[in-house]
Each structure stands twice: as C-alpha cells, then as structure tokens.
Design a protein around this ligand. Sequence first.
Ligand code: ADP
Length: 329
Amino acid sequence: MKEMKTIGVLTSGGDAPGMNAAIRAVVRAGVNSGMHVLGIHNGYTGLMKLDMKEMDMREVSDTLHRGGTILGSARCLEFKKPEVVKSTAEQAKENGIDGLVVIGGDGSFRGARDLSLAGLPTIGLPGTIDNDIDCTDYTIGYDTALNTVSDCIDKIRDTTLSHNRCTFVEVMGKDAGYIALSAGIAGGAEAILIPEQKFDIQKDLVQMIMDCRARGKYHYIIVIAEGIGNTQEIADKTEELLRTEHDIELETKVCILGHIQRGGRPTVKDRITASQMGVHAVDLLKQGIGNRVVVKRDGKITDLDILEGLNMKKTIDADMLRLADILSL
Ligand code: ADP
C-alpha cells in the first residue's frame, strides 16, 4: 500500500450548506494525520487546471458556520469524457496528489469512480440539499434547506391566512420530493405534491379544498416539488375549476422559493454529519482505500463501493406519506 502524503479536496455540482464543514473536517483530519491537504477550486474544472492551494488548519478557521463552499463549485461537462478523466488522474498523480475527496451529488460520484478506476483513489461525500442520493439516508445540506423552507412556509402562512387564499409553494428537489414532503409536513401543508406520487388535480386539490371548506377552513398551503411541472399552471387550473364547477372564487398565489433554499448557515445536524463524513473519508484514504462513497445508513456513518452506491434505489418513506395524509386534513 502506498502511503498517502498529499490529498486533495473539492466540491462539485450544486452547492449545499455544510460543505464547508466537510472541507474543514477533511483538512483538519488530514493535517492531524501528517498529510498535506490541497483545496482544489471550482470542482473538476479546478482539478483539470491544477487550480489549487495547500490548506492548513487556519485556512478553514471560521468557515464552519458559513453556507456555500469556500472552494467554489462548478459543473464541468468536459469531465464526462473518459479520456479527460484519465489524463486528469494521471496529471494529478504526477503533481503529487495521492488521493482525493469529492463532495457533491450523483454526477460528482460518477467522476469520482472514474478517477479511482484511472488510478487516483477517490472518496465521495454526499453533498446536496435535495437528499436525492439513493445509497445514503442523508445528504449534507438537506436539514438546512428543510429549515429554510419551513421558515418560509410559516411566513407565507401568515399572509395566506389573512387573505383566505391558497398559496402554492414550489420547493427544490430536482426529480425527487424529499424536501417537499418533509418541509410540507413540518409546515402543516394542506397538500403536498411530489414526483414520486401521481396526483389528480380534481381529487388532490379541488376536492381537498371543498372538504376543507366544509369543515370551516378557508386558507390553504400547497407544497409542490419542482419536479412536478409548471406550478403556475396547476394553480390557475385549480382556481378555474373551483370557479367553473363549484362557483367558488378562491384567490391563488404562487411562491417559488428558488435559490434561497441553497444558502444560509448550516444547521447543527448538517455541521455534525459533514464533520463525521469528512473524518471518515480521510480515515479511508489513510488506509489507501479509494472508490468508496461515505454514507449514513440506519443512523451510522459507513462507506460503500461507489458503483454499488450508484446502482441503489431509495424509495420515498411510506410512513412519511401516511403522516402527510393524516395530518393535512
Ligand atoms: P451533482 O454532483 O450534484 O449530481 P452534476 O450532475 O452537475 O451534479 O455533476 C457534477 C459534475 O460531476 C459534472 O459537472 C461533471 O464534471 C461530473 N460528472 C457528472 N456526470 C459524470 C459522469 N457520468 N462521468 C464523469 N463525471 C461526471
């Protein structure tokens, strides 16, 4: 086994609060183990250009509480080409990089696997607000995003209530509904629409609103995952069906939370999970182990072969769906 003297760390894909806590953990665990740690700027783009800087303990001081990523992140389409990955791995090794930690999502893990196969031992850490990485129960940034969304829903509720309106709150999550489901439950939404579950505008929105009215409720929050489609169209259609079929004038509003969900101070949960995962990644590299992804499964931090992880499929929690159903009425 070749002793690792120098490791690199980079953040890739969409940023997420807690990435800095992960970088800090990798730097401090690495330096504590006697290694040099290079901070690589702007994801795989920086690795290709060798745009990097040695990081010492102080370099990561006062970063734990900051959102975003101090290393910068990027989407680098070039990196999907096998020949580019191969030459980048060779160039990194020639420049003294013995191992690498990549903090990002599924796409970044594909790059990490290809780098490992090309001879540069690489560890993936799950960093995305969407929690849409199948091999892990938890991804760095998810809890912070949930808290941001739930805080926004509380504010939206005040004004929705004052005007007896129906507000459609669109949240992020790409093709997954994890943010919508959890934040919807936390925010007491009347309905939660997620891509994993078919929805019917008549039954899930129009009839739901009629049922609520029958019980004396005249304001409604609908949390809708971005993967569902055009939120404005769904809101307009709901308003139209209520008017034409039930003679009810209900004012609807659409609130797209957007990138506000990506920023902000990471929560304690994100700081601690990121710290645990960062130290675990360095423990693996210290043993000369690459091609692994660090995950949280059944409450424990552990690791899996990257390809095995990429081939897993997680499903939306049926208990959470049931909870949403019971509590929304
Ligand atoms: P995420 O990592 O958050 O899923 P992306 O899908 O944008 O975000 O991927 C981040 C980066 O990972 C891409 O810009 C690219 O550099 C690299 N990447 C994505 N897919 C692959 C792939 N199939 N092979 C190699 N690298 C990839």
